[in-house]
Design a protein around this ligand. Structure first.
Ligand SMILES: Nc1ncnc2c1ncn2[C@@H]1O[C@H](COP(=O)(O)OP(=O)(O)OP(=O)(O)O)[C@@H](O)[C@H]1O
Ligand SMILES: [Mg+2]
Length: 325
């Protein structure tokens, strides 16, 4: 689908989504090695976030003072006014960096620019929520992030390595080892039990934890012998989360993970995902239509008309079980 990727993009200064030139490295302050070490160690991710807040020299502000969650329309408007760059309040090396990324789909004679001028930074351990209208390019962005599809222009870095320069074999290893993906409709194999669906990763040559341990983490140990058709939607989604986290990926990508679930079940799934970031220090990136989910995110990315129009940092994200929709 994406074999026409052009990767020989000339080196140029990083630009903001507004087109202004900006040098992210000059805007960012370095953290101490201790803070960086903690940020990359799972259990202390939350603590490191708190340290980072105080070490920035600014007083931590409440969300209402700094960035009350607004409707997508309000957010898009304010982004045009403020032209705030994603790197403004962040420190240290990002886990993920998008530099002027574009994606063009070609179907026969039809050329469609799904993404353009995407600049984005995601820090290790962050819970990121991507919001935007249908067709804005959210899933495309997520696919590029997970190496499922290639960019047409620009560069994407993961852990300092340029994934847009990877060959197929290296990209395959990146997808297998570093990325776990959770879809709206679970994508479980119907003829395999919960245990076997998780264990499947091992058959594909990926090193994983004991599938029972992964099922225990999502509270489904006692359902290990059930087939997908013998489980509720929420339980199936939890199996798919167990499958994704069993390989302990550094990056967990979720496309509308609660889209097919009722509020209570959705909240449980959301809590599990938030815990992956808070307790285990995994980086979680979630696409959703539900702007309420912005309240639980460390970072909210607004996508509109194929580009990132605004990035907000939430100093005091809510617990997943505090939100109602
Ligand atoms: N493989 C493809 N070939 C051609 N066009 C595509 C392809 N995938 C996506 N597009 C187009 O790119 C645009 C962005 O699609 P994308 O799926 O990223 O949107 P989205 O923000 O995830 O929307 P939704 O909220 O409805 O899921 C859409 O106009 C879509 O039709
Ligand atoms: Mg989508």
């Amino acid at each position: 689908m994406s074999d026409e990727n052009v990767k020989d993009i000339p080196e140029e200064a990083t630009k903001t989504s507004s087109g202004e030139e900006a040098e992210p490295s000059q805007e960012e302050k370095k953290t101490s090695p201790e803070v960086e070490a903690k940020a990359s160690s799972g259990e202390e991710a939350q603590e490191s976030r708190e340290e980072k807040d105080t070490s920035s020299g600014k007083e931590a502000k409440t969300p209402s003072e700094e960035e009350t969650m607004a409707s997508p329309e309000e957010k898009a408007e304010s982004s045009q006014e403020e032209e705030k760059t994603p790197s403004e309040e962040e420190e240290g090396e990002p886990l993920i960096l998008f530099e002027n990324v574009g994606k063009i789909y070609k179907t026969g004679q039809i050329v469609y620019e799904a993404l353009h001028d995407v600049n984005l930074k995601i820090m290790e351990g962050e819970l990121v929520v991507i919001l935007g209208p249908s067709g804005a390019g959210k899933s495309t962005l997520l696919n590029l992030l997970g190496g499922l599809d290639g960019a047409t222009s620009g560069k994407i870095f993961f852990g300092g390595e340029e994934i847009t320069a990877f060959d197929d074999a290296r990209l395959g290893r990146f997808r297998s080892n570093d990325v776990g993906i959770i879809f709206q409709f679970y994508n479980l194999v119907p003829t395999l039990t919960a245990y076997e669906n998780v264990d499947l990763m091992q058959d594909l040559g990926v090193e994983i934890m004991d599938p029972l341990e992964a099922l225990r983490m999502v509270g489904l140990e006692d359902r290990k012998d059930n087939f997908p058709s013998q489980m509720s939607g929420g339980q199936q989604q939890r199996v798919s989360i167990a499958r994704a986290i069993a390989k302990k990926p550094r990056l967990l990508l979720c496309d509308e993970p609660t889209g097919a679930l009722d509020t209570n079940t959705g909240r449980e799934v959301l809590k599990l995902l938030q815990d992956q970031s808070r307790v285990r220090g995994q980086t979680v990136v979630m696409v959703t239509h539900n702007s309420l989910f912005a309240e639980i995110a460390d970072k909210v990315v607004m996508v509109k008309n194929g580009t990132v129009v605004e990035v907000k940092i939430n100093k005091e994200p809510k617990d997943a079980d505090e939100i109602n929709w």
